[in-house]
Design a protein around this ligand. Structure first.
Ligand code: NAI
Length: 286
């Protein structure tokens, strides 16, 4: 049978999550997605109305099918964690069972198991503030949404992941080099995500033979990236300075992700893999 993938962090057809879903679908995987609760309504409506039909097209001419969309908010592990204001929030009231634990329970009930876990989500409420001006609350929120969310998803999915399965997340080079503008603790969150990739590779590998890798992706004009404000500059900078002089397409990251969760990469785990036209290898801009 084909593999089953759960992709957390898809809410439109512009981001890396969507491109990864397409690459996995093209390789024959069944696609389940987890969509941030406040974005769920518009995503499902757009899907239903055919707004994404053009970008659902796969290389063989068929359309990517999303078997099921689960509402998800990855900053909450179980119902006890949900604060009152979120419970009362109109955008959350229409959905249920969207904490990490409940989503995994639903997937288990619906399908029994998965083979592939993709984490393509991040959020840093103070991302546009320099680290020196970031509040404790903003910093911890960035870590919660962008780093611990992966620990939590892997922890809860692990018992229903088939041995030989794999997970992948998305990181950014701001974790290890200075990228002014990537603030609010987001650089810190990516550093945590990369370090956790190693520790979790060991723990999930020993426990269930599951691999854990992360892709350090080059700049893409996604919805999240546009919110940061300097993405066009980064795309230009990359074009001007990377060894391969071209704009990075989300599909290239999708294809690398498909490789990293497939048996073709069965000995790769705990790795940060750069998919950035080689920009990371440059010492200075030219
Ligand atoms: P995107 O906007 O397509 O994806 C981010 C997703 O996270 C959105 O769908 C959003 O709804 C979801 N999300 C935010 N908070 C959430 C929560 N609490 N629970 C569940 N979902 C939540 O943007 P993009 O850029 O494709 O981001 C995907 C990943 O790629 C992120 O980890 C990002 O940091 C990473 N990345 C992006 C780069 C870029 O230039 N766009 C470069 C390197 C890494």
């Amino acid at each position: 049978r084909g593999k089953r993938a759960f992709i957390a962090g898809v809410a439109d057809d512009n981001g890396y999550g969507w491109a990864i879903a397409k690459s996995l679908a093209a390789a024959g995987a069944e696609i389940l997605v987890g969509t941030w609760v406040p974005a769920l309504n518009i995503f499902e409506t757009s899907l239903r109305r055919g707004k994404f039909d053009e970008s659902r097209m796969l290389p063989d001419g068929s359309m990517m099918e999303i078997t099921k969309v689960y509402p998800l908010d990855a900053v909450y592990d179980s119902p006890e964690d949900i604060p009152e204001d979120i419970k009362m929030n109109k955008r959350y009231a229409g959905s249920s069972k969207w904490t990490v634990q409940e989503v995994v329970e639903s997937v288990k009930q619906d399908f029994g198991s998965i083979d592939i876990l993709v984490h393509s989500l991040a959020n840093g409420p103070e991302v546009s503030r320099p680290l020196l001006e970031t509040s404790r609350k903003g910093y911890l929120a960035a870590l919660s949404a962008s780093s611990y969310s992966f620990v939590s998803l892997l922890k809860h999915f692990l018992p229903i992941m088939n041995p030989g399965g794999a997970s992948i997340s998305l990181t950014y080079i701001a974790s290890e080099r200075i990228i002014p503008g990537y603030g609010g603790g987001m650089s810190s969150a990516k550093a945590a995500l990369e370090s956790d990739t190693q520790v979790l590779a060991f723990e999930a590998g020993r426990k269930r033979q599951i691999r854990v890798n992360t892709i350090s992706a080059g700049p893409l004009g996604s919805r999240a990236a546009k919110a940061i404000g300097f993405i066009d500059k980064m795309i230009e900078y990359s074009f001007a300075n990377a060894p391969i002089e071209k704009e990075l397409s989300a599909d290239e990251v999708g294809n690398a992700a498909a490789f990293l969760v497939s048996p073709l990469s069965s000995a790769i785990t705990g790795a940060v893999v750069y998919v950035d036209n080689g920009l990371n290898a440059m010492g200075v801009g030219i």
